[in-house]
Ligand binder design. Structure first.
Ligand SMILES: O=P(O)(O)OC[C@H]1O[C@H](OP(=O)(O)OP(=O)(O)O)[C@H](O)[C@@H]1O
Length: 252
């Protein structure tokens, strides 16, 4: 299957199928624009395939927009992940694969969805660093990082984070004295979670602190992270980063 995308001067996006077959789309999915673009492709493909019911349409989303908004935070505010999931569901893909979603709610809300694990990227990082202690930064990350630690036969130090007026407060449940640590989490936004955690780990004797995040957004606070984190490992699911401080695994 092949298609063309055209953008009109007013911003409208239109798609044209130029070769038939199964539809296999892969997008960052970190913008509404990305979602509307594939909606145009899917609509055109559906029209072309109306007579070929055996053709299959799959979608891979690398960094789902709104994945953190997995609940209605306050009364009278929108539940944004639900809005996004409803839109994706309206496209009726046969399968939607999502790379390391923030929480299982994404998978619960999006029909025919499955998670693409971040295991391979953590494994690569773990091997490059040579057996660091894995650190899970909060309750949300604990379950998946625990599973990864078991597979890698790595030591795991859980820590917990509560946000007080938006600022993370950290507690560490384990001994990191004289050890190299690899924090494993799904995404970095402003990086404050990791800055505070790295400072806490180093104050408890960790010799080096590395960070793995699947979705390296770094919308702000990037330079500040260099003061407490020794190196960042991530995918390019959200954006490409060129910086000596960062090693990126390419997924798109
Ligand atoms: O780079 P930062 O700005 O520090 O943000 C990154 C952190 O925020 C997210 O968790 P979040 O606090 O949204 O988790 P929650 O679902 O428990 O609210 C994410 O899983 C990281 O732990």
């Amino acid at each position: 299957m092949k298609y063309d995308i055209k953008k009109f001067n007013d911003g409208q996006v239109t798609a044209k199928i130029t070769e038939g077959g199964n539809l296999d789309l892969k997008i960052r999915g970190n913008s509404y624009q990305d979602l509307f673009t594939i909606a145009a492709v899917k609509e055109a493909w559906d029209a072309e395939n109306a007579m070929h019911k055996n053709a299959v349409a799959t979608l891979t989303i690398l960094c789902l927009i709104g994945q953190r908004s997995d609940r209605r935070f306050h009364k009278a505010e929108s539940f944004d992940l639900k809005v996004i999931a409803n839109f994706i569901n309206s496209m009726k893909f046969d399968k939607v694969s999502i790379l390391h979603p923030h929480s299982p709610i994404s998978l619960a809300l999006i029909a025919n969805s499955e998670m693409i694990s971040h295991f391979q990227f953590v494994e690569k990082t773990f091997k490059v660093l040579g057996n660091p202690v894995l650190v899970s930064p909060d309750a949300g990350a604990y379950k998946t990082t625990h599973e990864i630690a078991e597979k890698l036969q790595a030591d795991l130090v859980p820590s917990n984070k509560v946000r007080v007026n938006g600022a993370p407060e950290i507690s560490i449940q384990g001994d990191v004295k004289g050890k190299e640590c690899l924090i494993v989490d799904d995404l970095a936004d402003g990086g404050r979670t990791f800055k505070f955690l790295a400072e806490a780990l180093k104050s408890q004797g960790a010799t080096k602190v590395f960070l793995y995040v699947t979705h390296a957004q770094f919308n702000y606070g990037f330079e500040e992270l260099k003061e407490s984190i020794d190196h960042v490992y991530c995918t390019n699911s959200f954006k490409d980063i060129t910086d000596e401080f960062v090693t990126q695994y390419s997924v798109i």
